[in-house]
Design a protein around this ligand. Structure first.
Ligand code: NZQ
Ligand code: ZN
Length: 380
């Protein structure tokens, strides 16, 4: 096991009726900015519950944060914060709202000339952020309990991520009942995103970390059990609750402690969303099997372990097949042609971008532009 420092700064408040707890967690002595998306929270009662919890406070609202949140939109919120009065941000919604709020929180305190540098540098230049809390309505990203944020820039069709310790939410409220109104497609996307988060931290090579392996396998097994059940029985509270908690634990930094990590599927997937528009999880389901086949020799030991422990199959290839079948069982396509994306064209576009940026991903540091192109060509 490698050395690590583990500190998760987020308090999780989990369960039915917990939005009221916001009242005791949000500071009273400063104005608050409430951020949200396109209006789902106004249709399912979440907005009213948040309003009730914030009664008597000075609240500035910033609405209209879009899926795959835009840098251009975030800058409008940063403008509203210029006078320095707002002392706390409350994000209410899915990963996009929370990620945007993290960026807004950091950009409002950023002293450099160009806030895009926060993303260009992956967050290295972030020294401070306005504290933030969240009310999560979509289990998927784990952003409610980590320091990551992914922001897209319309002008250049880029999608980049940053990490900063100071944007961990101070608290996150997770009430599974708020997820009842999710369209089935968003539930499916959430199951796949959480599943692939586990894989990015697990499907590498044996690293003398048996506990991390077992934790990862438990999350995978739970998602395989409750994901389809949530889709089949949308108002089954217990399935929703287990799904929601699984998605948090999949990316709250715990299972990644002291182990090699991959993240090439995510990095290639972000390019597909930026260039062609499929939802985040849709890109992951396409790319993941391609990464595994491309890296089969290097990942074989872990693929076999996963196959045996999670699916009861012996061969690495069978483990890959089981995974694709699982995605299909959720009605999730795994090929580029499902979105009318030309594999050759996508391969060339991503190859060019990775090469220009000089980036290499994967636990071996060997997924460069050429490797990403080969992976995408295999997913036509
Ligand atoms: O905008 P509203 O009206 O709220 O509607 C949203 C949105 O249209 C809707 N929705 C959310 N909760 C709902 C609901 N509809 C009905 N009932 C509810 N309870 O769902 C739509 C999608 O929301 P979005 O926030 O975009 O989805 P998700 O949570 O999957 O977030 C995706 C974003 O997170 C990034 C992705 O790249 C993408 O930009 N990621 C962030 C990560 C992180 N910070 O750690 C890690 C991930 O790998 C991922 O990259
Ligand atoms: Zn993801």
């Amino acid at each position: 096991m490698q050395n690590f420092v583990y500190r998760n700064a987020t308090e999780i408040i989990f369960g039915k009726g917990t939005i009221a707890e916001v009242e005791t967690r949000v500071p009273r002595d400063v104005p608050i900015m409430l951020t949200y998306g396109g209006g789902s929270i106004k249709k399912n009662g979440v907005y009213e519950q948040v309003q009730a919890a914030l009664k008597g406070r000075e609240v500035i609202e910033f609405a209209g944060i879009e899926p795959n949140p835009l840098y251009e939109t975030c800058l409008k919120a940063v403008d509203l914060l210029r006078n320095g009065r707002v002392g706390f941000l409350l994000a209410v919604g899915g990963g996009s709202v929370i990620d945007a709020t993290k960026f807004i929180a950091a950009a409002a305190c950023y002293e450099g000339p160009d806030p895009w540098d926060i993303l260009r540098s992956g967050g290295q230049q972030v020294k401070a952020a306005i504290p933030l809390g969240t009310v999560l309505t979509l289990p998927a990203t784990g952003t409610e309990s980590n320091g990551n944020s992914v922001i897209s820039r319309k002008a250049t069709a880029e999608k980049l991520a940053f990490y900063a310790g100071c944007v961990f939410p101070v608290f996150s409220v997770l009430d599974p009942e708020t997820t009842y109104t999710l369209p089935l497609k968003q539930v499916r996307n959430g199951v796949v995103d959480a599943f692939v988060h586990v894989m990015e931290q697990y499907m590498t090579y044996p690293a003398e970390a048996p506990l991390q392996d077992r934790l990862a396998e438990s999350i995978l097994q739970t998602l395989i059990e409750v994901g389809p059940r949530t889709l089949a029985q949308p108002r089954d509270y217990e399935s929703r609750a287990s799904f929601m908690w699984s998605a948090t634990l999949a990316l709250n930094t715990l299972i990644g402690c002291g182990v090699p990590q991959d993240w090439s599927t995510h990095m290639i997937g972000h390019e597909l969303t930026a260039l062609y528009g499929p939802a985040h999880a849709e890109t992951l389901a396409i790319v993941l099997p391609g990464v595994w086949v491309h890296q089969l020799a290097k990942k074989e030991a872990k693929l076999r372990q996963y196959g045996q422990r999670v699916w009861g199959v012996a061969a690495a290839e069978a483990a890959i097949q089981k995974t694709e079948e699982f995605f299909h069982s959720l009605d999730m396509p795994t090929r580029l042609n499902a979105y009318n994306i030309n594999a050759e064209e996508a391969a060339e576009a991503v190859r060019r971008r990775f090469t220009e940026r000089g980036v290499k991903f994967g636990e071996q540091g060997d997924i460069d532009g050429d490797a990403a192109a080969a992976i995408l060509r295999s997913r036509a």
